[in-house]
Design a protein around this ligand. Structure first.
Ligand SMILES: [Zn+2]
Length: 431
């Protein structure tokens, strides 16, 4: 990927007609570490952080050093691990929301995947291939890693491996395998430090993966064995807190990562809502309420994540289905937020796409080999993307309508012909 300022032939115009050489960003980063803390319900965590901050110093750090909310949501229909991880990777709901197209959801509702299941062959048959954050990062030339603490989540790796990942049709063929390094195992209790070791081994090296996703199976396992909110459970959250501290320190002490890495942390569901050792009832506030932390350069510490995002609204105590506006922040927002901070377009075909609060509409550009993605935030479709032959005189602007995809508030147009791209000027115009 190259940034707009280094693309010679592109002119970019704001809707007002002012020419600019870059996009407006609250933060732009080179690396993302995304974490899913299994079963970490926000109702309990928020109480711990506010009542016993000294016991949870690294969650306190996340609150102080980044933007956060203790009132995010998991999927509306299903508050279980595998379906929610499918949502986290694809930014699609599990089930088809009322009034949306049959191609909206990923459709993988099984929490115990069969050995050959993928999100493609066993999910929503109307979407034969579900693009993921790994497709976007890999296809734009970024290195990727996935670490999971449950072997059941091998489906996340298998769906995007050398056999099942999509063909790389852009630029050099980097193969179908979208995930460069993967480690899948059952990891519980204090052994989660071993899983974090694997991540840190990469993060502390000379060329850390540009996008890493790590799933920690605790505190879900202890929730099932000893009840959410019990002393054993809060002790396990402290164990997770300590691992979080190791990751924060690894980022902050790395010359490569420090000040240019986003850490995004959320959970796949809460727990202990109806019965203290379970979380399947998706209608219960303790099960559907999850935390969401974002720490990245340029993001004001101690801020409310709902204030940072332009198209999300705090749902109060509501469970909130997918058609109510504004949408709450969800675990399914995490990947497209990662891509946004990396300067990349949202996942192809995805449904959930958070935007940064900003009054300016600007055209963003990301390039890898002969793939160029243009994207801009325009919830109501007021702006028109136009192109003109750069060598023609006088210049003749032509509207681009075919091929413009919409992911919630964000419009995306992808050029896969570098010759075409290099001969054109592009602009956004409000007709
Ligand atoms: Zn569970």
């Amino acid at each position: 990927m190259i940034r707009l300022s280094s693309i010679g032939r592109i002119a970019m115009a704001l809707a007002t007609g002012v020419w600019v050489a870059g996009t407006v960003r609250a933060a732009q980063v080179t690396h993302v570490v995304q974490m899913s803390l299994d079963g970490l319900g926000a109702k309990y965590l928020q109480a711990y952080v506010s009542n016993a901050p000294a016991q949870f110093p690294n969650f306190v750090r996340l609150v102080k050093e980044g933007a956060c909310t203790f009132n995010a949501r998991c999927d509306y229909d299903i508050s279980e691990t595998v379906p929610n991880h499918a949502s986290m990777l694809t930014a699609r709901p599990v089930m088809q929301p009322n009034g949306t197209a049959a191609t909206t959801h990923h459709g993988y509702s099984n929490n115990f995947p069969g050995a050959t299941d993928t999100f493609h062959n066993a999910g929503n048959a109307n979407v034969p291939y579900k693009f993921s954050v790994f497709d976007m990062t890999h296809d734009y030339g970024l290195s990727t890693a996935l670490y999971t603490g449950k072997t059941r989540l091998a489906i996340c790796e298998r769906s995007y491996d050398a056999a099942n990942g999509a063909l790389d049709l852009v630029g050099a063929d980097n193969g179908r395998d979208k995930i460069d390094a993967a480690a899948v195992a059952d990891v519980s209790g204090a052994a989660i430090s071993n899983e974090v070791n694997t991540l840190l081994q990469d993060l502390t090296g000379a060329t850390p993966k540009r996008y890493s996703f790590i799933h920690i199976a605790e505190p879900d396992l202890t929730g099932h064995s000893a009840n959410w909110g019990s002393a054993s459970w809060s002790n396990m959250v402290r164990t997770v807190d300590a691992q979080l501290g190791r990751i924060l320190n690894a980022i902050d002490t790395s010359a490569v990562l420090s000040n240019q890495t986003a850490l995004i942390i959320t959970a796949d569901h809460g727990g202990g809502g109806v019965t203290r050792n379970a979380h399947t009832e998706s209608y219960h506030i303790t099960n559907y309420t999850i935390p969401f932390f974002v720490r990245a350069p340029g993001i004001q510490g101690g801020s409310d994540l709902y204030a940072l995002l332009g198209n999300r609204g705090n749902p109060g105590t509501n469970r909130t289905d997918y058609t109510t506006q504004p949408q709450p922040i969800r675990d399914g927002d995490a990947c497209n937020l990662a891509l946004l901070l990396l300067g990349l377009p949202p996942i192809t075909g995805s449904f959930m796409s958070p935007t940064l609060a900003s009054s300016t509409v600007a055209l963003s550009v990301a390039r890898h080999e002969d793939r160029v993605g243009f994207f801009w935030v325009d919830a109501t479709g007021q702006y028109q993307l136009e192109a003109a032959d750069a060598l023609a005189s006088p210049m003749q602007w032509q509207a681009i309508s075919n091929g413009v995809q919409t992911t919630e508030s964000t419009r995306i147009y992808t050029v896969t012909n570098l010759t075409e791209f290099s001969r054109q000027f592009y602009r956004l115009r409000k007709p």
